[in-house]
Design a protein around this ligand. Structure first.
Ligand code: SF4
Ligand code: SF4
Length: 393
């Protein structure tokens, strides 16, 4: 448990969504004049509402719809699997706003006319599975959108589109490609929720649910017992520091990580360039900064190979990234940037293996010598992507 953070759905007991819009949960589900009828109308409404990317993992619905063009949609999949091990957003939204989710799913399906509609849920999350199974049945008097509930064994990063498409349909989807390439469309719960709210109540997409995690030292004063994560509605564009301060979470001299402990990114909150809540801010985790550890050489334990969901050898990719970096030493890496475009210094197809990296962070997490495997592999990946001819990989 890094930094003493509450880390894992078992600890997730957010009584209810703080500052949730009053009364919305009681509205009956019904057809609305706001619901679009065609794909083009759906794209138009999504654009007007600013509902683009709303997940750190699932691609934007609007991008997939544009990519799909006139092709038929073989399946619309609501991705309810946790996108990080500690997340419980799908479970919480299903419990607190199932009507909005169902309305969003139905309205999107009516415009998209997917051949199948699937709600993919964590096999071990019995409560969410039950809610969605009930939702499929309890719709007397309303035009039901039939959907299948597909429980999946959820081993992180199962929610990643590449793994999810493989698990559901046995189809290969290259990392970084849109599911629409396979004539499937993935929908994340926040898009379904935001769209459903709009269809039911006319509410615009100005706020999104954000999970707040914090360690004991960062918890609000007077917190008794272990700190419990919060689920709040956060205004898009609001400074992260203001949001955290609003809930009395300490931010001074803390490390703040957006979008998950394994694959998320540290964000700066101080000064004019401080981070703001975006439409895809799934979570914010606040903890005491970790003690800086210098990496040691690889001890060939093999753990990174064991955990990699796409069967890569992360230490090899890190070495290739280092070689490439040395080759282009005149243009050094910048933090967060990729390797500069250059003639292939490696002469190796091996570097292209990096295209299969999901960025899940598992290799770095398990490495006992603290090597920055994920960061280096992603930089190598960025370099390979920038090379001409990559499509043939
Ligand atoms: S981040 Fe590491 S474990 Fe995850 S896919 Fe990439 S190389 Fe494999
Ligand atoms: S987990 Fe770390 S130490 Fe073990 S083989 Fe991979 S890079 Fe080497």
């Amino acid at each position: 448990m890094p930094g003493g953070l509450v880390f894992g759905p078992a600890a997730w007991t957010p009584g209810e969504m703080l500052n949730a819009p009053a009364g919305a949960a009681q509205l009956p589900h019904e057809q609305s004049a706001r619901a679009p009828h065609t794909r083009a109308e759906l794209v138009g409404v999504l654009e007007r509402l600013g509902i683009g990317r709303t997940s750190g993992v699932t691609p934007a619905l609007v991008e997939q719809l544009r990519d799909l063009e006139g092709r038929r949609c073989r399946a619309l999949v609501l991705n309810l699997l946790p996108t990080q091990p500690e997340f419980a957003l799908s479970e919480a939204l299903s419990r607190l706003a199932i009507e909005d989710l169902r309305a969003g799913l139905s309205a999107i399906q009516r415009s998209l006319r997917g051949e199948r509609v699937i709600a993919a849920v964590d096999k071990h999350d019995g409560r969410t599975r039950k809610l969605w199974r009930q939702g499929a049945r309890n719709r007397p008097g309303h035009e039901a959108t039939p959907y299948e509930v597909r429980p999946l064994l959820n081993r992180y990063p199962q929610a990643h589109p590449t793994l999810l498409i493989r698990a559901l349909f046995g189809r290969r989807l290259q990392v970084g490609h849109l599911p629409s390439r396979n004539n499937r469309v993935l929908l994340d719960p926040v898009t379904a929720w935001a769209f459903g709210r709009y269809v039911r109540t006319g509410e615009l997409f100005t706020h999104r649910p954000v999970q707040l995690f914090f360690d004991r030292a960062s918890a609000p004063p007077n917190t008794k017992g272990p700190p419990t994560p919060l689920l709040v509605l956060a205004k898009l564009g609001a400074p992260v520091v203001e949001l955290l301060n609003q809930y009395h979470i300490r931010t001074a001299q803390r490390q703040i990580i957006a979008n998950g402990m394994l694959a998320g990114e540290e964000v700066a909150v101080e000064g004019d360039s401080g981070a703001v809540v975006t439409a895809w801010t799934d979570s914010l985790a606040v903890r005491e900064p970790p003690v800086n550890e210098s990496p040691y050489p690889c001890i060939a334990c093999g753990w990174c190979v064991d955990v990699c969901p796409t069967s890569l050898i992360p230490i090899h990719l890190m070495e290739l990234a280092d070689r490439a970096q040395r080759f282009v030493a005149a243009a050094p890496l910048t933090p967060g940037g990729g390797l500069p475009t250059s003639p292939d210094p490696l002469g190796a197809r091996a570097a292209r293996e990096a295209l299969h990296c999901l960025g899940c962070g598992l290799c770095s997490y398990v490495c006992p010598t603290r090597l920055p495997l994920t960061q280096k592999t992603l930089r190598l990946r960025a370099w390979v992507v920038a090379e001409p001819g990559r499509e043939g990989v």
